[in-house]
Ligand binder design. Structure first.
Ligand code: SF4
Ligand code: SF4
Length: 162
């Protein structure tokens, strides 16, 4: 991943400077119980001006908001994290798996495409083979593609790298 040390976009968000490192966020974090994610130390690192855009931990958060709801300083932790993720993506720090999801969305209008396995599962459950989404409506799919392109979503990935 791109080393973004010293990049101006990594100046800490002022809201996290209120953090008193109490640890309630990381103690509340379900993802932190199973992965390396430590939201408290990530905030500490960013608040002290160190780069975080290439941290794998950024992508381990499920955005469950448990931390944000409990923070005694009312820091909008998840909103901060999402803004950092956005900066990371715009700097090219994006996982291959996420690129694939973006490609799926651009190609099919679905982050998880409807494959044969999913079709068979739907049929076993008594559902129609295909959901009533863009999968069944070429015009709507075209609209979705135009919408994604108009906001530059397609420029996030270089399809040659997938
Ligand atoms: S709960 Fe809030 S104040 Fe406490 S460590 Fe986490 S972000 Fe900082
Ligand atoms: S929103 Fe993310 S960081 Fe916060 S508790 Fe949930 S998984 Fe952990």
């Amino acid at each position: 991943m791109k080393n973004s040390t010293g990049n101006m976009s990594e100046l800490p968000d002022i809201s996290i400077l209120k953090c008193m490192q109490c640890g309630i966020c990381s103690g509340s974090c379900p993802s932190g119980r199973f992965m390396e994610l430590n939201i408290r130390t990530l905030i500490k690192k960013s608040a002290s001006g160190r780069p975080v855009l290439d941290e794998d931990e950024l992508w381990m958060c499920t955005t469950c908001y448990s931390c944000q709801e409990r923070c005694p300083r009312q820091i909008k932790i998840v909103d901060w994290l999402l803004s950092v993720r956005s900066k990371a993506v715009h700097e090219g720090n994006i996982k291959p798996e996420h690129k694939q999801v973006i490609k799926n969305l651009l190609d099919t209008g679905h982050a998880v495409p409807i494959n044969q396995e999913n079709i068979e599962k739907r049929e076993r459950l008594g559902l129609s083979s295909l959901p009533s989404t863009v999968v069944k409506d070429d015009g709507a799919l075209k609209d979705v593609k135009n919408l994604l392109k108009s906001c530059g979503f397609d420029t996030i990935i270089n399809e040659d790298q997938i």
